[in-house]
Design a protein around this ligand. Structure first.
Ligand SMILES: CC(=O)SCCNC(=O)CCNC(=O)[C@H](O)C(C)(C)COP(=O)(O)OP(=O)(O)OC[C@H]1O[C@@H](n2cnc3c(N)ncnc32)[C@H](O)[C@@H]1OP(=O)(O)O
Ligand SMILES: N[C@@H](CCO)C(=O)O
Length: 352
């Protein structure tokens, strides 16, 4: 059973920077049924350009015959604040002006994304998450959630993510925003504003999501006499255009800034102290070939989150491997969850 719905929060939604949204709508999807004990919730936080339909974009890990399946679990995925798949975003109508926000949309942080989804959880009567999982920007949210509300998460699974967004990651994001800002239509504030810039931004981003090996494997020329019209160039154009058909430059702009804001140490004692607040059984998965969120970032997470396990995988896809290597992820996560359940049983026996 799958449900697509929208939750409307009618009270003011206060952002970390003090600005307020008068109205917040959150689009979400659920699959399966909440059991009587309310202990089968799998909450998924999505990455930069995905949406609430996790059975669509994380097939192989989420699906009827997959590790996370609606038969056994109550799976919830909500579209993040700022994204254009149904949740309030820069193209939404600003209730104050009656016009779309565009660049008048307030800036927001990863903590704001989490605060919004915790409101949804509360509305759905969910107090406890069996599993909280996310990759990349989704992992940043999952981590913040597990720090902010540490008692509510049993098992935390962080894939290809970090504790603080790196200077390298911020530089990639800024380069993408520079590409968007060179497109003058961005400032015309219209639904298709900045699309040429967005195309270039996605092309830049892809270089950080993939690897030399992936391009060599898929884009190598079969003939030696070419001096132009290369496959790799066509691929960059195609991928940029593909994103423009389903996203908008304003959402992309704001979400990339939210990613830059990620720092679990902000307004807390330190990054290390913040990580020590996590109480969930934690599995951190890194991708050895990830250029954007290199393995040292997951090693850092696993070192400072109490009792965390670290696994690394190899994927020629690099960072995007977290969306593609679902067989390996199923294996690692499945084993981790079995061990975690066994530990729980042993603990119950000891305290009985
Ligand atoms: C409505 C929706 O789409 S929902 C949102 C879906 N997206 C998300 O959820 C975000 C997360 N997902 C992703 O980022 C991506 O889908 C990934 C990383 C999982 C996979 O990326 P893909 O682009 O599908 O894979 P890949 O890099 O192999 O590219 C394949 C595409 O490039 C095309 N392509 C490959 N080489 C070339 C080339 N030289 N020139 C032109 N096109 C090329 C292929 O024909 C294929 O096109 P298609 O997507 O129209 O079928
Ligand atoms: N490919 C991902 C971003 C990388 O985390 C997306 O488009 O959401």
């Amino acid at each position: 059973m799958s449900t697509t719905a929208t939750y409307t929060h009618t009270k003011l939604f206060k952002l970390e920077n003090g600005k307020k949204l008068r109205k917040l709508e959150i689009a979400y999807q659920t699959y399966g049924k909440l059991n009587a004990k309310k202990d089968n919730v799998i909450w998924v936080c999505h990455a930069l350009t995905a949406n609430a339909d996790v059975l669509d974009w994380w097939k192989g890990l989420f699906g009827n015959n997959d590790l996370f399946n609606p038969e056994e679990h109550f799976i919830i995925c909500a579209n993040v604040l700022g994204s254009n798949y149904g949740t309030t975003n820069p193209l939404s109508i600003n209730p104050v002006t009656g016009q779309p926000y565009y660049l008048a949309f307030p800036e927001f942080t990863i903590r704001d994304l989490v605060a919004a989804h915790r409101l949804l959880a509360s509305y759905l009567g969910i107090q406890h998450l069996k599993v909280l999982i996310g990759g990349s920007l989704g992992g940043q949210q999952a981590l913040e959630w597990a720090i902010t509300d540490s008692k509510s998460v049993d098992n935390l699974i962080l894939v290809a993510t970090n504790a603080v967004h790196s200077p390298w990651g911020i530089a990639f994001n800024e380069s993408q925003r520079l590409a968007i800002s060179t497109d003058r239509t961005f400032y015309a504030q219209q639904p298709d504003g900045g699309l040429k810039g967005l195309k270039a931004a996605r092309s830049i981003a892809l270089l950080s999501y993939r690897t030399y090996e992936a391009y060599s494997a898929t884009q190598l020329e079969s003939v030696n006499d070419k001096t132009g019209s290369f496959r790799a160039a066509s691929y960059q154009n195609y991928q940029g255009e593909k994103l423009c058909k389903r996203f908008n430059a304003y959402s992309y702009w704001y979400l990339s800034k939210a990613m830059d804001s990620h720092n679990v140490g902000r307004s807390r004692k330190s990054i290390v102290d913040a990580l020590a607040l996590v109480k969930a059984n934690t599995l951190v998965i890194g991708i050895e070939n990830d250029v954007l969120f290199p393995l040292c970032e997951q090693e850092f997470l696993a070192k400072h989150i109490p009792g965390a396990a670290l696994k690394s995988i190899s994927s020629a896809y690099g960072h995007d491997g977290f969306l593609i290597e679902t067989d390996i992820l199923t294996n690692i996560i499945g084993t981790f969850l079995k061990e975690s359940a066994n530990k729980k049983i042993i603990k119950l026996h000891k305290t009985a």
